[in-house]
Design a protein around this ligand. Structure first.
Ligand code: SAM
Length: 201
C-alpha cells in the first residue's frame, strides 16, 4: 500500500462504522456461516479495518481458537483495538500483508471488502498459501454486496483502478493462476469466493 492509500484509510476511519451500513449483523453472520469456521481454528482477518468481523469470528473459534487481525492503517486498527482489545483470542498487527511477513499458519485467511485494494493479487494469494496457510487451508474473498455496488463506491471516490470483477469471472481468473476458486455466493447481498490450492499444484 502506498502512503497516500494509508492516509486515505486513516481519514476514513472515524466515519467508517457509521457509513458501512451493509455489514449488518445478519449479513455478516450469513457470510461467515458459509465458511465452515469451527471452534479451535486460527483465522487471519486481512484488512480488518475497524474490526467489523472480529466479534463474530472470536465467538465462532472460541477460546481454543485465535484471530489475527491485520491492517496497515493505524486509524482503522486503533479503532478495532479500542472496540475489541478485550477479547483474549484476538491479536492485532499493524502491517502491510502484501509486503511484510505475517507470523503463523492459519486455517482461513479472510479478505473481507479488501480484494480490490490489492496491488498484486496473484502474488499475494500464492504467498499466503506458501507462508501462512495450513495444508487444506483457504483464502476467502467476500463482500456484503455484489460487485456493482463496490464498483459504484470506488467510482464515486475516483479510485476506479480498484475495479472488482463479477464473482464468476474473478474465480475463472484465479483458476488461471493455478489455484482452485469456487463461488459460494453471488447475489445483491453477498459475494463469496473460496480459494484453495489446486490438486495439481
Ligand atoms: C474497504 S476497508 C474494509 C475494512 C473491513 N474489512 C470492513 O469490511 O469493514 C479495506 C481495509 O483494508 C486495509 N488494507 C488494504 N490493503 C492492505 C494491505 N496490503 N495490508 C494491510 N491492510 C490493508 C485498509 O487499510 C482498510 O482498512
Amino acid at each position: 500500500m502506498t502512503q497516500s492509500e494509508i492516509d486515505f484509510f486513516d481519514r476514513l476511519a472515524p466515519e467508517w462504522d457509521a457509513s458501512e451500513v451493509r455489514s449488518t449483523p445478519e449479513r455478516v453472520r450469513s457470510i461467515l456461516d458459509q465458511l465452515d469456521i469451527r471452534p479451535g481454528m486460527s483465522i487471519l482477518d486481512l484488512g480488518t479495518g475497524t474490526g467489523v468481523l472480529i466479534p463474530y469470528l472470536s465467538e465462532k473459534v472460541g477460546e481454543r481458537g485465535n484471530i489475527t487481525a491485520i491492517d496497515l492503517s493505524s486509524g482503522m486498527l486503533d479503532l478495532a483495538k479500542k472496540k475489541f482489545g478485550h477479547l483474549k483470542n484476538v491479536t492485532f498487527l499493524l502491517l502491510d500483508f502484501e509486503e511484510e511477513i505475517i507470523p503463523g499458519k492459519y486455517d482461513i485467511a479472510l479478505l473481507y471488502s479488501v480484494y480490490p485494494h490489492l496491488h498484486a493479487p496473484e502474488q499475494t494469494l500464492k504467498w499466503l498459501f506458501r507462508m501462512n496457510l495450513k495444508d487444506g487451508g483457504k483464502v476467502v474473498i467476500a463482500f456484503p454486496s455484489d460487485e456493482k455496488f463496490i464498483n459504484q463506491i470506488h467510482h464515486d471516490r475516483a479510485s476506479e483502478s480498484d475495479h472488482l470483477l463479477p464473482a464468476q469471472e474473478l474465480a475463472k481468473e484465479i483458476s488461471k493462476w493455478g489455484m482452485k476458486a469456487e463461488v459460494l455466493a453471488d447475489d445483491e447481498e453477498t459475494y463469496i469466493i473460496c480459494v484453495s490450492m489446486s490438486d495439481h499444484s
